[in-house]
Ligand binder design. Sequence first.
Ligand SMILES: Cc1cc2nc3c(=O)[nH]c(=O)nc-3n(C[C@H](O)[C@H](O)[C@H](O)COP(=O)(O)O)c2cc1C
Length: 185
Amino acid sequence: MKIARKRDFPVHQVRRFLEPGPVVLVSSAHDGQRDIMTMGWHMVMEFSPSLLACVIASGNRSFELVRASRQCVINLPTEPLLDTVVRIGNCSGDEVDKFDAFGLTAQPATHVDAPLIAQCHASFECRLHDDALVERYNLFVWEVVKAHVAPTPKNPRTVHYRGEGQFMVSGNERSRRRLFKPEML
Ligand SMILES: Cc1cc2nc3c(=O)[nH]c(=O)nc-3n(C[C@H](O)[C@H](O)[C@H](O)COP(=O)(O)O)c2cc1C
């Protein structure tokens, strides 16, 4: 196998390679207010219960809404929504209602007050599982309590942020199922 000839690289830019993606839209609601933010910094923590973690900067309006309500919906946008995803991540809900501003449809969720975004391929209703690291790192640990997923397309073209305004769109599926132990699938 070919050896990669690596060079020194600024540590503050390693996120370009490691940001997990896909980029998601976090919808939240509290006290008659609602908002949407774009998010790249999230990770899966556990299958069952279904736990996710994410970092939400405290300056974001969404931070206040999710902290107060202890709920959110994590929505999965696909390629046709890319411009909207970027625009949502470049304005504040203090200035606009992002559902109205970007022509997105809010649908009622089953277990949380935050709305689902109808145009997204999937929406995961989340309740706050652990806030121990919110003060220190703005890190919220969520339990997904309900998942809504469109049956098609089977492999949605999700968008993944590389930094510097560059995105990668998922595609080029390859199966390596045969290399997995059954319990690792
Ligand atoms: C591609 C992309 C990824 C982002 N990822 C995050 C993130 O993981 N955490 C975060 O706090 N802000 C992230 N942001 C910035 C927020 O989406 C942005 O600050 C947004 O305007 C906050 O909206 P709000 O003030 O209405 O909550 C991201 C923005 C973009 C464009």
